[in-house]
Design a protein. Structure first.
Length: 285
């Protein structure tokens, strides 16, 4: 197993992780609290094409208007790579949920809802602030609402879909434009014993499948600020009167931009959940 490691400012973590996903077998990100940077590690089965990755890093850095980060290459012992991937991915208590990986020892707390998700080829292990904020928002929603129709748009690993299935015990639709994310979501749903509730498929906000199952009482979309604003019409139209929309993947500084796009469609902000420099918005129709 081979690794390539570099650090970027926390707000750019998702852009760099997504931009390099195609080159690696797995990608992990770990926060360095001392310098407000996120350490990103790419894992490879065979030696990576370092010049190609360096060129992609330079492109992503230019788009983010930051210097290209230096990288560190290492080759891991054949028997040690899995533990290296999981190192630092400790269990998390997020609202009502307890998120852990297959490497974790000990039983989940009896009072928490367990979600087992490993770092893999789709975004969403619970360790990124955007995913954590969404799980906390879902926990809050469960205090006052029991939705019947639900949608997780941009499902990634399926962690939010699994959270909704375990919270509400209702069937839901999980969509992602990446076929690998749909596959991983269905696999994780089976691991967590809730495959009967989750239908994972390929699609975006304009998906005929999404429209055929509307309106939804609860929608989650952990994506990025720009696409979220562009989806305002479709998502607002797909939400039932009185429905809840949880949006994340946006920086705290982008809250008003995103909220305004949905306010034009008569969705009001109920709450903002902030972690580090990231936010999740809870909107109601």
């Amino acid at each position: 197993m081979h690794t390539l490691t570099f650090a970027v400012p926390a707000p750019h973590t998702e852009v760099f992780s997504d931009g390099l996903q195609e080159f690696a077998a797995a990608v992990t990100a770990q926060l360095d609290d001392r310098v407000a940077e996120q350490t990103i590690t790419l894992y490879f089965e065979t030696p990576p094409d370092q010049p190609q990755i360096t060129a992609r890093l330079a492109l992503l850095a230019g788009l983010a208007n930051i210097p290209a980060p230096p990288t560190h290459y290492a080759q891991l012992p054949k028997t040690d790579w899995l533990s290296h991937v999981y190192r630092g991915l400790h269990p998390l208590r997020l609202g009502r949920f307890y998120v852990y990986g297959s490497h974790s020892t000990g039983a989940p707390p009896t009072a928490a809802i367990p979600i087992r998700v490993d770092a893999a080829t789709a975004f969403g292990s619970g360790h990124h602030a955007t995913t954590a904020a969404c799980l906390i928002a879902l926990s809050d929603v469960a205090n006052f609402k029991c939705p019947r129709r639900m949608l997780d748009l941009g499902c990634g690993s399926g962690i939010l879909a699994i959270g909704m299935a375990k919270l509400f015990h209702k069937k839901l639709l999980a969509l992602d434009i990446d076929p690998e994310a749909a596959r991983v979501t269905q696999t994780n749903a089976r691991i967590n014993g809730c495959e009967k509730f989750i239908h994972a498929a390929v699609g975006g906000s304009d998906s005929p499948l999404l429209k055929s199952r509307a309106p939804y009482d609860l929608i989650t979309a952990n994506i990025l600020a720009r696409p979220l604003t562009q989806m305002a019409h479709e998502l607002s139209h797909a939400l039932a009167p009185g429905g809840i929309l949880i949006l994340s993947g946006l920086l705290t500084a982008q809250e008003q931009l995103v909220a305004n796009a949905y306010l034009r469609h008569r969705l009001r902000r109920v709450k903002s959940i902030r972690r580090e420099e990231w936010s999740a918005l809870v909107l109601k129709k």
